[in-house]
Design a protein around this ligand. Sequence first.
Ligand code: SF4
Ligand code: SF4
Length: 436
Amino acid sequence: MQTGFSPELLADPAMRNSETVIRKCVHCGFCTATCPTYVLLGDELDSPRGRIYLIKDMLENERVPTAGVVKHIDRCLSCLSCMTTCPSGVHYMHLVDHARAYIEARYRRPWTERFFRALLAAVLPYPRRFRLALGLARWARSATPLVARIPALRPLAAMLALAPRTVPAPASARAASVASPSGRVALLQGCAEPVLRPEVRAATVRVLNRAGFDVVFARGEGCCGALVHHMGKELAGLDAARRNVDAWTREIEQGGLAAIVITASGCGTTIKDYGFMLRDDPAYAQKAARVSALARDISEFLAGLAMPPAAARGLRVAYHAACSLQHGQKVTDAPRHLLRQAGYEVVVPAEAHLCCGSAGTYNLLQPDIAGQLGDRKVANLERLAADVIATGNIGCAMQIGQRAAVPVVHVIELLDWAGGGPPPGALAAADYPRPR
Ligand code: SF4
Ligand code: SF4
């Protein structure tokens, strides 16, 4: 695609990178067929190609973003399905991240949007605040139908509807050691996952220990920054990245790390991008690139190991591929392979490439589109008549779990169970049989 960025604009590294991305697009439109918002809405401006045109026009002419342009960019899930489809290698993720930061700096949203976005940024990345908010949401849940009738309060209604009925007790993050370990890994503690599903971390530690790895939790580490980064809050995203780079660099330098293991694939995609996000920061560029190179999704890490024997025959598992894992990190076979190796029957739904509508804070900020995608995803999953749905991202687990009659668990919980660990909480509650 031809561009008309001025030399002054191209002096800005972010603009220069976006111009390089845009120039790679050959307008072929292959990406439209796999874009969830285009599939649902049928509007070219809600397709990757349409958004690339909007972003190009906004950036190269230094336009103040209009409400119309912001609407189409906001509707993008950042699912990155378009990147999997694109034959020209257009790095849409970096382009839309830049567009979001540009919009955040130059566009004044209506006060309700500003309020909800600020609220999400102030609560979700902090486990204590998030737990408190979930506790409050339980009391306010009965007001959901009333709140949903007021258009400006739809995000609040979506938050109340998504809040689980019970919040699990907090689990302490203790480092676990094995005798004569074959290596040492850092496990991301995360922010939302340990509040909503603390059992995922416990299962991960057990599986890593059985595979012969010491597990450490880096002091000072926090939210990966994806939630604020995807809302265009660039400085907050970079602060989170720097804090985590510092924390893991200390661990690398003190005891060495074989990997930085991540159980929420949305976080993994962002941590693998720290090297790019901090590329122009002389104090962090090298350290961030090293951290990104060590980042591994748990399934990706385990697939490279000789796993101890497991026995889980008898359960039919519908595998939901999170977009951040399949499109963002290109980890596709590993989770299914590990589950089959552990003895599960694995089935995959139709339209597996389409997003479930979770997408970080998307199901809170765009509840209508997210709801349609969630219903469509669950219908495809339930057609498989599986005993359980397994996925590798907490956001997907909550979005699908809110709608599905079948229990939803993390892949690692099934691997842990097959290897001798306790049954996943969601299955134990449903009184499922132990693996044979
Ligand atoms: S990231 Fe997803 S929603 Fe956004 S343009 Fe690409 S395919 Fe469409
Ligand atoms: S598939 Fe790639 S090259 Fe083709 S229109 Fe989409 S982004 Fe552009």
